[in-house]
Design a protein around this ligand. Sequence first.
Ligand code: UFG
Length: 327
Amino acid sequence: MHKVLVVGGAGYIGSHMVKRLGQLGCAVTTLDNLSSGHRDAVLCGDFIHGDLANTALLARLLQPGRFDAVMHFASFIQVGESVQDPAKYYENNVTNTLHLLGAMRAARVNRFIFSSTAATFGEPQYSPIDERHPQQPINPYGRSKLMIEQVLEDYDRAYGLKSVCLRYFNAAGADPDGELGERHEPETHLIPLVLQAASGRRSHISVFGRDYDTPDGTCIRDYIHINDLCEAHWLSLQSLMQGAGSQRYNLGNGQGFSVQAVIEAAQRVTGRTIAVQDAPLREGDPARLVADATLARQQLGWRPQFADLDTLVRHAWAWEQRMAGLT
Ligand code: UFG
């Protein structure tokens, strides 16, 4: 079976991927510096505690023949922080990724699956957003991811390194078995925050703006279940293993839900009243971000299984109850 190095395998998306690859019979190795990930979230395979800045470690780890492919989840992801401290984002998301790609080249590992983002598109010019949409990111986070997408195009042309860039819209939900979930510190994402307000770990949820040009005035996002994202990685890995060329895919359900709709879903699922406070809008939040994932459906045969918002919130709620000590 495939031998896969998962960088950032102790994080939210990476840990779900490691579990999935293990279930599929792959030989998985996680490399993670635990700066935001959790050792106990790595449920199978080998674990190496290390940093991508450590090029000697990378050279030792990436021996020729040891890995068929690398999946890279180890990025900083907070848009606001990237504006305040861009160096942190360029050093990790760009420079460290270049270290990883350099070690892959040296070891002749030629398959790479990269966690990219809807933030590479910037302010939407039309909706839903397909792969032809111009990429004009409006913050260092989005730029750092776009830079690597561009590097990967050049590396394919020059070195034959094949990559799949997966542009996630809003990754959400949790492992349906209840073993894994979102544990960001600090948490900034809507669904876990709403559920923390439901469990009592937070007093309320703030709604960032109610005057957007949307039916209920709150922002619309395309929430995509973590297991569906993992499935897209798995299909991408298989396509690369079968010799397919480099690709870029937008990953979402193609269905947008407003902040208000998410809060209502959380109230339905939890049966609890959630305290809501209106707050000023958060800078750089577009009114609507929805993916057109037709290409991934056509080329990878990707079919999201958990497109229903209540199901996604239910899985996240099971995890939140565990985190809050309610189960
Ligand atoms: N929101 C609130 N209150 C909160 C938190 C969020 O109202 O306390 C709103 C935001 O304004 C936004 C929506 O909920 O409209 C979703 O916000 P998230 O922070 O959960 O997610 P984003 O859409 O901001 O970010 C996601 C990814 C980023 C990526 C971005 C693409 O998490 O990594 O999509 O633009 F950059």
